[in-house]
Write a protein that binds this ligand. Structure first.
Ligand code: ZN
Ligand code: ZN
Length: 821
């Protein structure tokens, strides 16, 4: 000890004491300055060694602000740190995440060594690791395993793992390829970019394979979907004498789930229990995946209940899986338990629980969670915000959905899609299309969801011109081949009255699903082409596609539209053979079909056999059939049942009144009018629309005064009235229930919305266009139906009207529905 002291000069011994004192005295942010002053007072002018010690202390105490203060002091005094101390300062900045400070210091360093580079690389502070690596080479620093592994990690961190091969050559050249430390980093880089062959050859080249290398190569095979190989590697690892650890157990579980080898996975679970790894987070989450995959949420819950619950991942996983499996109450319960356990939710938890709210349309809970999201500061996260937008739009609160959407600065295509689908589901097709256009203007990348909901909006508006344009957009964005887009195209073309185009979209499909078949079948059915619908149904049964409830609905409604009684009955009876229980809609079709063919008794018997409470729609079908067949008794009973469920059902009063008027029972007609007045029955306003040059024009009954083309339309209507009367059209005044004279009644009939839309079409559309398509929100009335037949031969054009039930194609005085609708 004495000899040791003797070799010290006086200054050196003072500095030694100083460092020792500095090391002993802990200082914090508030006392940095005083510590500096105090240290300075011992010997004026601190040197690198002292500063280095103090900076080391800052790193130990996780106190980057003090490190910065010391840096200021150095700059102020004009002192200069040596390389060793500067690297410590650099490390302090890197560890604190002060990227720009670190880079600035690095650039200003008069000298650097490979430690400076390694230090810099550990903080991932720059987006240009390649540039820095080249600098390192040019400056001639030593390349060692630390340099390689740090740069490889940096590449992976920046999603640039594929440039790892670029270091691989230097690694081989310098002979580090057999080093387990470098090898593991290379395996990881190759694994991330999917080059499992390269990863394998690196692995095989490692001389002394350690557990890290083994785990790395196994996880590489699992992450890249080569489950069998990964299990083989695991058994090789066991033979090499390595005990499995938590990572390898998690990998073994993942691999066996991927292979569907659930019994094997359960065996792994047994080994995990023996080695007590079930309390490990990675193992626990893999076990949850196993039991959730097996579809047994109660087993998953058992595993979950045994796990330590301080981490958010298992909670999020369970909430998400409960939600996806439709156990919404369980998901909500778990979320509450998680809050009680003081585990802070992350963006995945919030997204999952919000999805549950959206599925269950729980607007109250959704709003509460919105509050939590804001409190936890996740309101700027795009995934969470998208989930919130979805909750509001599914709960039919588009105002709040749009408000969130417009406030979201980082919106992505999912945000746009959610709004478009939200409007579309609420039937606000025009709004949906306007958001769709805005998305295109904003150059949002168009997905299949965007395309299919845009096309869906065109289908409900019967806006074929726009539909064709969006079809073009789908082709341009390579979405046109996707099944969902194809299905909505089939539906759109069919609903816009062009069943041929619908068929050709279907024919061009490589793989069709049940929705494709359904769209085509119901397309033919609404067009009244039931024989074709039945043919398609037969070819569907020949291929692998299993029909569902909607398929049968399409076929049955086709049969009832065309009056195919035997085919309809066969189809209805075969439903249970396909494992489908008929719903109220199926019964409605059958009642319509039986009633239409005059089998009223049978129809009434069927209604009585329905295992559920019959709906308004069923009684309505029965009522109109009874009226057509002049069965006053059944008509009265059906009307009573309808009015029991819906006392203000306007259509029922109209039908009953028509029937009494037809039977000349004027007292009954008067009593119906009285009860309508008493119950304040109001007609749902009839609305028709027509598309012209990509715009949709609406007409509501009697409303003409504001229309810019009012004069032209009125002129056309007068001309049509005159021509129709000459061709033998007699107005059916029973369709008007008001106490007014006949002349007034005739006037009112001529302002029904479909006639206004037709007059507009005749005025505006060139006569070269043979087909005029009009959409109506209600059922077409008997008088308009008569008038349309007559007009179709006067103007010599095809008039197509899609009412709430089906298509009517009027051609040369005849309607495709055969006067049954
Ligand atoms: Zn009408
Ligand atoms: Zn018709």
């Amino acid at each position: 000890m004495i000899g040791f002291l003797r070799t010290f000069s006086l200054a050196e011994s003072r500095r030694f004491m100083q460092c020792k004192l500095v090391r002993q005295c802990g200082f914090s942010v508030q006392t940095t300055e005083s510590a500096l002053k105090w240290a300075d007072s011992l010997v004026p002018g601190l040197d690198s060694h002292v500063y280095g010690t103090m900076l080391g202390r800052c790193i130990e105490q996780n106190d980057p602000i003090s490190a910065k203060a010391i840096h200021c002091d150095i700059v102020k005094k004009g002192s200069c740190l040596d390389l060793f101390a500067t690297n410590i300062l650099l490390n302090a900045y890197v560890k604190a995440g002060f990227a720009s400070d670190a880079l600035k210091l690095f650039d200003e360093m008069p000298k650097r060594n490979n430690i400076s580079y390694v230090t810099l690389s550990r903080g991932f502070v720059s987006e240009d690791p390649v540039g820095l690596y080249i600098r390192l080479l040019r400056e001639g620093h030593e390349l060692n395993p630390h340099v390689f592994t740090s740069f490889l990690k940096w590449f992976v961190n920046l999603d640039k793992a594929e440039i790892g091969w670029w270091l691989h050559s230097s690694i081989v050249k310098l002979g580090f390829c057999s080093d387990a430390f470098v090898g593991a980093a290379l395996i990881n880089a190759y694994s991330v970019c999917g080059f499992f062959d390269s990863a394998r050859s690196v692995f095989e080249g490692i001389l002394c394979k350690d557990i890290v290398a083994w785990t790395g190569i196994v996880s590489c095979y699992v992450e890249n979907g080569h489950f069998e190989d990964s299990l083989e590697l695991l058994s090789r690892m066991g033979m090499a004498g390595f005990m499995p650890n938590n990572y390898t157990f998690a990998m073994a579980l993942k691999a066996s789930i991927g292979l569907g080898a659930f019994d094997f996975a359960k065996g792994v679970h047994g080994r995990i229990l023996k080695t007590c790894y079930e309390f490990d987070l990675h193992v626990g989450v893999a076990l949850l995946q196993l039991y959730a995959q097996l579809g047994d949420m109660s087993d998953a819950l058992k595993v979950f209940n045994e796990m330590p619950k301080n981490d958010v991942i298992p909670w999020s996983f369970m909430i998400a899986r409960f939600g996806q499996n439709g156990f919404c109450d369980e998901a909500v319960d778990l979320f509450i338990r998680m809050r009680q356990a003081f585990v802070a939710p992350n963006e995945f938890t919030f997204t999952s629980i919000l999805n549950v709210c959206a599925i269950g349309k729980c607007s109250g809970l959704g709003k509460q969670i919105h509050g939590l999201v804001i409190k936890a500061g996740f309101n700027l996260d795009v995934y969470v915000s998208n989930a919130l937008i979805d909750v509001y739009s599914k709960c039919e609160d588009m105002d709040n959905a749009v408000k969130l959407f417009s406030e979201l600065s980082s919106r992505n295509e999912v945000s746009w899609n959610t709004i478009i689908v939200g409007y579309e589901n609420l039937g606000e097709s025009e709004e949906a299309l306007s958001v769709f256009r805005e998305a295109l203007r904003n150059q949002v990348s168009v997905t299949e969801v965007t395309c299919s909901s845009g096309i869906g909006a065109c289908a409900s508006l019967a806006s074929m011109e726009l539909g064709v344009q969006i079809h073009g957009v789908a082709i341009k964005t390579s979405n046109a081949e996707k099944v969902a887009v194809r299905n909505s195209l089939i539906d759109m073309y069919a609903k816009c009255g062009d069943i041929k185009d619908a068929q050709s979209v279907f024919n061009e499909m490589e793989t069709e699903d049940v929705a494709s078949w359904n769209a085509l079948i119901s397309g033919y059915s609404t067009h009244g082409l039931c024989r074709e619908a039945l043919k398609i149904f037969d070819s569907m049964k020949d291929c692998d596609c299993k029909p569902n409830g909607l398929t049968f609905l399409g076929v049955l409604s086709g049969c009832s539209n065309a009056g195919l009684i035997d085919e309809g009955q066969d189809c209805f009876e075969s439903m249970r053979d396909h494992g489908i229980e008929p719903s109220l809609e199926h019964y409605t079709c059958m009642v319509r079909l039986l009633g239409r063919s005059g089998r009223l008794e049978k129809a009434m018997k069927l209604i009585e056999e329905i295992p559920y409470e019959p709906s308004v729609m069923i009684w309505r079908a029965m009522l109109s059939a009874s009226i057509v067949q002049n069965n006053v008794e059944f008509a009265r009973r059906s009307a009573e049942e309808i009015l029991k469920i819906n006392p203000k059902d306007e259509a029922t009063y109209v039908l009953l009144s028509n029937m009494y008027a037809g039977a000349k029972q004027w007292a009954n007609v008067a009593s119906i009018r009285r009860s309508m007045k008493e119950k304040c029955v109001k007609k749902e306003p009839g609305l028709s629309w027509i598309e012209h040059q990509g715009n949709v024009y609406y007409f509501s009954v009697g409303m003409l005064s504001h229309h810019p083309d009012m004069k032209l339309i009125n002129g056309m209507l007068e001309w049509l009235n005159m021509k129709a009367k000459r061709a033998g059209y007699v107005p059916d005044r029973n369709a008007v229930l008001l106490d007014i004279n006949d002349e007034e009644k005739d006037k009112r009939l001529w302002v029904h919305s479909e006639r206004l839309a037709l007059a507009y079409g005749l005025v505006r559309m060139p006569s070269s266009r043979n087909r005029i398509l009009i959409i109506k929100n209600l059922r077409i009335c008997s008088d308009c139906h008569n008038a349309m037949k007559v007009i179709s031969s006067i103007v010599e054009r095809d008039l197509v009207i899609r009412d709430m039930n089906r298509f009517h194609r009027f051609h040369a005085g005849v309607c495709s529905c055969g006067d049954h609708w």
